[in-house]
Ligand binder design. Structure first.
Ligand code: C2O
Ligand code: CU
Length: 499
């Protein structure tokens, strides 16, 4: 991925002037109490001499070569993924977004505990960025880790609009020789149907279990709607694994027939950052001939665990360490419960690359999910009594296609009321037969079991997952399923501080 030329401006006099300059809020729905609280929360993150990292993003229609298939799509510039954004914990990130799309858009900074008015959720934290206009996001990035950015507008994420956002530690302890970032995606745009048309196809099915009849989805070869509630795409690990059979699965914008190559020398340690930017697909990831040592989940350190494979839901990220063998190896991301895979190659020597359809044995060995992990001690939430518990019952139907929280669809869902200083428990109860990766903006929660710090967690069918968070970032925070089609048809609410 191309790295944006980055200008790190050392602002010696940032201190007081900077604090005073915490800029006007772009919020539309926040009351003035919230606005004041958001400003003072941001002021505590700023510091004298804070570095400023600037970047530009240009969402626009473009043509992208996926390594064979050439598709018309929307992307940030012409690259897929979009430009890699990189800062250091504590930096101020200032990103100008020039919207050259024929539609309104927004940019959300997934996983970052930032100031609420820069969170990029139209209708909740800002007015949408109109076609032909620009908006500058300006916020401190408090925590190191692997993050990504994407629009929070309709199903635009399912086009080519996404990119990695890496936040380095101020003093990186190292422990690796090379670093690779791999962004996974499920791809349909430009192959005969747009994500908006898919959404329309899903929501126009109004009755019966055979939602595929009555529209031409079957003919596209891109949809499996015939079996209701995702029964057609199931996985022992996840139950209902998705609603859409995509024609392509990508690693760093490439189909498996033309994979990117990640290089190292034999015996080197590589830090691999994995990001699932898919819309309806979890990936089971393994590197042929290697074990993965999981070090971070959603940017935060875990007690390291060695595994053969990892299951990554939409919106989740994992950092793993691998000791690179001698040769060429397939890094395979199986579309869990679906047909197909994404692929990248790891190369440390000459040799014939593995097939695009390679299925390393590791995929079928020990598969780790976030619920198997424990937080590293340094990021364990402090032991504290729970002040407030919110239940979220996850449910839905295929016909009509709608996904609900406590039986309601956004914006009619009940906000999750919290107050600053509270320890809040969210209890996700999945009463549907499909998995949901549940994501909370602006906060990192701790899993009650195991403590792993995360912002997105897979909740399997008929499973309950409890997470705790400290309400320490005032505002209105989108809380939703990271299946973009589920979120768009209602599976969303807000974590809501008083306004
Ligand atoms: Cu990534 Cu609200 O999402
Ligand atoms: Cu969902």
């Amino acid at each position: 991925m191309p790295e944006l030329s980055r200008r790190n401006v050392f602002l010696g006099a940032f201190g007081l002037a900077g604090l005073a300059a915490v800029s006007a809020c772009g919020g539309t729905t926040s009351g003035s109490t919230t606005a004041a609280a958001v400003h003072s929360a941001e002021a505590t993150r700023r510091s004298a001499g804070q570095r400023v990292v600037t970047a530009e993003l240009t969402p626009r229609p473009t043509t992208v070569d996926l390594g064979g298939p050439v598709v018309n799509t929307w992307a940030y510039g012409d690259s897929l993924p979009g430009p890699l954004l990189r800062a250091r914990a504590g930096d101020l990130l200032r990103v100008q977004v020039d919207n050259q799309l024929p539609a309104t858009s927004s940019v959300h900074w997934h996983g970052i505990a930032l100031r609420n008015d820069m969170d990029g959720v139209p209708g909740v934290t800002q007015t949408p960025i109109k076609a032909g206009t620009s908006f500058t996001y300006d916020f401190t990035v408090p925590d190191p880790g692997t993050y990504f950015y994407h629009p929070h507008s309709g199903v635009q994420l399912d086009r080519g609009l996404y990119g990695a956002l890496l936040v380095d530690e101020v003093a990186d302890p190292g422990g690796y020789d090379v670093e690779w970032t791999v962004v996974l995606d499920d791809w349909v745009d430009g192959t005969g149907r747009t994500p908006e048309q898919i959404l329309k196809g899903l929501t126009s099915a109004t009755s019966g279990g055979t939602a595929g009849s009555g529209n031409d989805m079957g003919a596209m070869g891109g949809m499996d709607m015939g079996s209701g509630m995702g029964e057609g795409m199931t996985s022992p690990l996840l139950g209902g694994a998705g609603d859409i059979a995509y024609p392509h699965y990508l690693a760093n914008g490439r189909v498996p027939a033309a994979p990117v190559t990640l290089t190292a020398k034999p015996g080197q340690r590589a830090r691999l950052r994995l990001i699932n930017a898919g819309s309806d697909t979890a990936f089971r990831v393994a590197l042929g001939g290697h074990q993965l040592t999981v070090t971070h989940s959603d940017g935060f350190p875990v007690a390291s665990v060695t595994t053969d494979a990892l299951l990554i839901g939409m919106g989740e990220r994992y950092d793993v360490l691998v000791t690179v063998g001698d040769g060429v190896f397939p890094l395979v991301a199986l579309a869990e419960g679906k047909q197909g895979n994404a692929l990248a190659l790891v190369r440390s020597a000459a040799g014939t690359p593995p097939k695009a359809s390679a299925r390393p044995a590791e995929l079928a060995r020990k598969v780790t999910l976030s619920t198997d992990l424990r937080a590293a001690d340094v990021v364990l939430l402090q032991t504290k009594g729970v002040d407030r518990t919110h239940d979220l019952v996850l449910s839905g139907s295929m016909a009509p296609y709608r996904w609900t929280l406590n039986g309601k669809t956004f914006p009619d869902t009940d906000p999750l009321q919290v107050e600053e200083g509270q320890r809040v428990r969210l209890r996700f109860q999945n009463m549907s037969m499909m998995f949901h990766p549940m994501h909370v903006h602006g906060h990192t929660f701790g899993l009650v079991k195991g403590g792993a710090r995360k912002d997105t967690v897979i909740v399997r069918p008929m499973q309950t997952v409890e997470v705790d968070l400290d309400a320490n970032n005032p505002g209105q925070w989108a809380t939703h399923c990271h299946n973009v089609y589920h979120a768009e048809t209602g599976m969303m609410t807000t974590l809501s501080y008083p306004s």
